[in-house]
Design a binder for this molecule. Sequence first.
Ligand code: T4K
Length: 412
Amino acid sequence: MKVLSKRDVSSLSRFSEEAPLFPSPLHVGGPNIGSPDRLFTRLQEVIDRRWLTNEGPLVQELEKQFAGFLGVKHCVAVANATLGLQLAARALDLKGEVLVPSFTFIGTAHALSWIGLKPVFCDVLFDNHTLDPEDVRKKITPKTSAILGVHLWGHPCHVAALQEIADIHSLPLLFDAAQALGSSLDGRKIGGFGRLEVFSLHATKIVNALEGGLITTDDRLLAGRLRRLRNFGFTELGTVVDFGTNAKMNEFSAAMGLTNLEAYPALAALNNRICDFYREGLVDLKGIRLMSPPENGTTSQHYFVLEVTPESPVCRNSIYEVLRAENLLVRRYFEPGCHRTLPYTEEHARPGLPVTDRLSQCLLQLPTGQQMNEESAQQVVDLIRLCHKLGPEIEERLAHHSVDLSSSQLLR
Ligand code: T4K
C-alpha cells in the first residue's frame, strides 16, 4: 500500500500521477458476507430440494430467526424494503398524504409516490438526523393518513414524541428501519415500534440477502394481510381476497440472509473497532464534528457519519474529491434532500427545511464492515488528517486548476 510519506499535496493522487492510496476501492456499503461454507451448504440444499421461492423453507426459517433476533412476534420477508414500504402502506389502507423526513434515501419517498400517495416532507432534528416531531405536528392536515419515521444511520427516531402525536391525531405511525437492523432504543430492539417497521437486506446493509427486506409487527392480523399482499392477495387456501403484488423473497436470498445474520455479532464488533479508530483519530480536528452514538440506544455502527463545519480549513466537497481520488469512496448521503430532488421540486422547492438543507451540504460517510481492518482505518484517519492539514493549499489548487471530472468515481 502507498504510504503518505511526503505529506504534501504532491503525495495526493488528486494532484499528481501517484497511484491511489488504496489499491482497490473502499465503498460505503461494501457487502458483508458470512461463512461461505454455510452459504454453499444452504444453496446446495435449495438446489436439491428444487423449491426456489413462494415461502420456501429457508424463507420461513429466515422469518423465524429474524423475529427472534428483533424480539417481535411477526416478521414478513419481502423482495426489498421498497416493496416492503408499499405493502405496509397498502396493508394500513393509507390514502392521500404521508408525513416523511426529506433527509432520507430517495427510496422512502418513491415507495409512496409509486402507489399514488403524496409524501409531505418534514425537517429532521440536528441531533440525530431523524424526523422532527414539532415539524410533523405543524404539517398534519385533514389529508394526512400516516406518519413515517426513518431511523437514519440506524439512529432511533424520537419514537415516544412521534407516537404521542400519532395517537392525538389517530394516525398510524410506521418506521422505515432500512438502516436500523440491530439498533435498539431504551433497551428494546428496533422492529417492534409503531404499527410496523420495514428493514432492508440490500447488499449494502450490515446484513444482506443480496436484495431483500423484512416487515416486522406484533399485530397478527396485520402480518396476515402483509403475507397475502406480498403474494398477489392469495390466502393460504389459494383464494384471492385482496389486491396483492409479487413481493416474495426467493430461497437463494434467504440462504444469504440467514448466513449473514449468523455473522451479525462479529460484524457489529468489527464496526465498533473501526468506528472507535475513526473517533479517536479524528476527534480533535477543528471543524470536523463526529456524529455521536445515540444517547438512549445502540446501533450496529454500519454508518460512520461526520460533519464538516465552516471552521474546517478544507470544505466537505474538497475532502470528498481528494479522498475519492485515493479510492476511498466516501459518500455525501443525502444530497440533495428529497424535497430538492427533481420529481419533487415543483411542490417542495421552497425554503422551510433548514436542517435538511444544511445536513445535505456538510455530511460525509466513511466505509465500515468487512472490507476494513485496523490498518486501513488508520490509513483513512491519516488521509483525512493530511487533507485537514493541507486544507488551504488543497482549496487553492482545486479552485485554480482545471479538473478532470470524467472519472466516474468523482461523479457520485
Ligand atoms: N429506506 C432507506 C432509509 C434506505 O436507506 C433504503 C436503501 C431504502 C429505504 C430502500 O431499501 P431497498 O429497497 O434497497 O431494500 C444504496 C443502496 O442501493 C440502498 O439500498 C440504500 N438504501 C442506500 C442508502 O444505499 P446507492 O445508490 O447510494 O448505492 P449503491 O447501491 O450503488 O451501492 C453503494 C456502493 O456499494 C457502491 O458504490 C458499490 C458498492 N457495492 C454495491 C453493491 C450493490 C458493492 O461493492 N457491491 C454490491 O453488490 O444506494
